[in-house]
Design a protein around this ligand. Structure first.
Ligand code: 2IO
Length: 411
């Protein structure tokens, strides 16, 4: 199979405008697509992506040393293996399950109510920029026990960190900017970490400070890296997922009507949104030894990108993959937020997303709150839908008009 000769570049403007147009071609003709300018291989078939993510020995997360560590100011969970990974992952999981998750659900509701209120009478909201982005950051700050009044500064730093992780090529100026953001975020967190060590609370920062690995407390560097890791991972994909869910439901009025009538269908609608348009489109790995995929060799040491969007549309894994269908039997929505998920939006294997249950609770809670408030949902006149991003991808904006429900009009 010829894999190096192709006129398609994943780094081109055409691809960025609508990657979904190219996924079938990639899967069929160049399932191992080599991108020379960044010396990386892109895998688009479901089975190949699944294999790379499942075999963490043959395909390591070594890539994160250059892609994440400089802005995380230390090692992130996905970089770790063995006993260290198990122990530290457990600590973070505890911060996102059980009582912690119940408290977070309350914070999700409070933030959603507060942030949507100013838009209700107007009958118009940009679900990404007016609501989704501040909502995602507010919720994350509550989870970490950080002060919401600092959200704009933190959001700006977090964007710089996310840009570093998700860029294919950075100019020296952008690189400097991203590293600056990371340094400022680290400096902001340092006194807070010290303070939680002295006076612990119920938040995740205190839990990380109190935790031990091998009988030794986590260092400030470790705590900082895990905090920035959680901040980026929780905030970056959330507004995208929410906006994509609303987009698909508006485009499928029958399914929207059913979800309105029966909010118990929301988890299936969210899972199908994640399959159909995963907000995290790429997951990088490093081949630890020579590998072969459908006849194409990938050398040891190579960077391999798993194309989650393409894998989730593979007809070998999902029937009629290009149709948005909350009833699809092959989705198994009950397990779509667990290790048994068939879609790959949360990755799979050892490093599968630790925040999947939290993400579900967050999007389900906010969607269940918003839908009854926003009647007769439609795109604002003249609105042009546009998605951006190669690594993480979502709507640039989603301007919606709605009829305020009678109850709101009376307020
Ligand atoms: C933050 C890409 C937003 C993660 C990453 C360095 C590690 C890991 C992911 C997701 C989403 C981010 N990778 N979250 O793909 O923690």
């Amino acid at each position: 199979m010829v894999s190096r000769e192709t006129d398609l570049s994943i780094l081109s403007e055409d691809f960025a405008a609508d990657p979904y147009r190219y996924f079938a071609r990639l899967r069929e003709h160049t399932p191992v697509h080599y991108e020379a300018s960044i010396d990386s291989y892109f895998l688009s078939r479901y089975q190949d992506v699944k294999r790379v993510l499942s075999d963490h020995e043959a395909f390591s997360t070594e890539t994160l040393q250059v892609r994440a560590e400089p802005v995380m100011r230390g090692p992130v969970l996905a970089q770790m293996t063995g006993a260290e990974h198990t122990a530290k992952r457990k600590i973070v999981v505890r911060g996102f399950t059980g009582q912690a998750l119940a408290d977070q659900t309350r914070a999700i509701r409070a933030n959603a109510a507060e942030l949507i209120a100013p838009f209700l009478r107007r009958g118009r909201v940009d679900l990404v920029n007016d609501f989704g982005k501040p909502f995602a950051v507010h919720v994350t700050l509550d989870v970490l026990g950080l002060d919401r009044k600092d959200w704009k500064r933190i959001a700006a730093w977090h964007s710089g960190v996310a840009e570093f992780i998700t860029s294919m090529a950075l100019t020296p100026e952008r690189r400097r900017h991203c590293l600056d953001c990371a340094e400022q975020l680290e400096a902001y967190l340092a006194p807070i970490i010290d303070q939680r060590r002295c006076r612990p609370g119920e938040d995740l920062i205190s839990a990380l400070c109190a935790a031990e690995f091998d009988g030794i407390a986590l260092s400030n560097r470790d705590v900082t890296a895990l905090l920035i890791n959680v901040l980026v991972a929780a905030a970056e994909p959330a507004d995208k997922t929410l906006a994509l869910l609303f987009r698909h439901l508006i485009d499928h009025p029958g399914q929207l009507a059913r979800v309105r009538r029966d909010p118990a269908l929301l988890p299936a609608a969210i899972a199908e949104t994640l399959r159909y348009t995963p907000p995290v489109q790429l997951i990088p790995r490093q081949a630890e030894k020579d590998a072969v995929f459908t006849g194409t060799a990938v050398p040891a040491g190579a960077t391999v990108f798993c194309m989650i969007g393409a894998a989730n549309r593979d007809p070998d894994a999902f029937a009629a993959p290009d149709v948005f269908d909350i009833d699809r039997p092959d989705l198994g929505s009950a397990r779509s937020f667990t290790a048994a998920a068939q879609h790959l939006a949360f990755g799979t294997g050892l490093h599968q997303c630790i925040g999947a249950a939290f993400a579900r609770a967050e999007i389900e809670t906010v969607a269940a709150m918003l839908l009854p408030l926003l009647d007769d949902l439609r795109y604002s006149p003249g609105f042009r839908y546009r998605e951006t991003g190669l690594y993480t991808r979502g709507p640039a904006s989603l301007s919606l008009d709605f009829t305020p429900t009678k109850e709101i009009a009376r307020r």
